[in-house]
Ligand binder design. Structure first.
Ligand code: NAD
Length: 269
């Protein structure tokens, strides 16, 4: 029930009907007796500056989750950014301070790492391959570097995009080995699909079959794709004996980080 006293949070994107956050947040608010609610906002890009200005004056709104396609464009319209959101030029959550100032952060990578910890993975000293250097791949790669991986390899069909991310990470984390070559997968402790490949049951794989045969059964293999839950890539890895992590696991793990940034939930919710 939304009452006059209810504090709001929002999620903005376009389209928005497919997002799961409103169900997840509202279920958590209800089961924890919180007078809070999440609303979903489908907004045209040309109206974003007016929306952002309205957020500054919206006294009963605590924050806003940001989803595709507005993570990058909104990063340029806020009053302050966390260091990682500034480095990535991308936000997926905004906190509205009591003074109306809007602070953006990007917790995609932190949520991803939280999910991997549930599989017993600790990034320090590990070797990781991230396929996909777009919004989510960059956030995951940044979090892996913050977590102290020994070696990070970034792959993308768009080579200049992958190289630009590698350059950004090399200057932020000069002590780490960041590359783009992966003749075999056998030495990786973590292999992540951070591309949309496999979404919607197409049966496509993000890496060639011969290369996939070289996966180590000791590796954790993760996918960001949320539908299907177990992608063909994860199915293949599971059949080889690898531990697997699904896209919905990452999304669920992130909820506490999003809620904590907006000040409406504990980190471990
Ligand atoms: P994006 O378009 O910014 O980036 C995708 C990147 O993948 C591009 O750089 C593209 O060149 C690359 N790519 C595509 N096919 C490839 C291939 N076969 N090999 C190598 N690279 C390839 O997209 P994004 O915002 O990073 O989102 C990626 C996916 O992550 C989407 O499916 C999105 O729904 C999902 N996502 C999941 C979560 C979650 O919590 N599970 C969170 C955010 C995004």
């Amino acid at each position: 029930m939304i009452r006059g006293s209810t504090q709001l949070v929002a999620i903005i994107g376009r389209p928005i009907a497919q997002v799961k956050s409103p169900e997840n947040f509202n279920a958590w608010f209800a089961s924890n007796d919180q007078d809070l609610a999440m609303i979903a906002v489908d907004m045209a890009e040309k109206n974003l500056p007016a929306f952002i200005d309205a957020l500054r004056g919206w006294n009963n709104l605590r924050g806003c989750v940001v989803t595709v396609p507005y993570k990058q464009v909104l990063a340029g319209q806020l009053d302050a950014l966390s260091p990682r959101a500034a480095a990535l030029c991308s936000v997926n959550v905004i906190r509205r301070g009591a003074d109306g100032r809007l602070l953006g952060d990007n917790v995609d990578g932190e949520g991803f790492l939280k999910a991997t910890r549930a599989h017993g993975f600790q990034p320090a000293g590990q070797r990781a391959l991230v396929v996909g250097s777009g919004g989510v791949g960059a956030a995951i790669a940044y979090a892996l570097c913050e977590g102290g991986v020994r070696q990070l390899v970034i792959a993308d069909l768009d080579k200049p995009r992958a190289e630009a991310l590698a350059d950004l990470l090399r200057s932020a984390f000069p002590q780490l080995e960041i590359g783009n070559r992966y003749p075999s997968l056998e030495n990786f402790d973590l292999v992540v699909n951070a591309t949309p490949v496999g979404m919607g049951g197409t049966g496509e794989m993000p890496l060639p079959g011969l290369l996939l045969e070289t996966l180590s059964p000791g590796a954790l293999v993760a996918d960001v794709v949320t539908n299907p839950v177990v992608t063909p890539f994860l199915e293949f890895a599971r059949d080889l004996g690898c531990r697997i992590q699904t896209g919905p696991e990452m999304a669920r793990a992130q909820m506490g980080n999003l809620g904590a940034h907006m000040g409406v939930m504990p980190l471990d919710a």
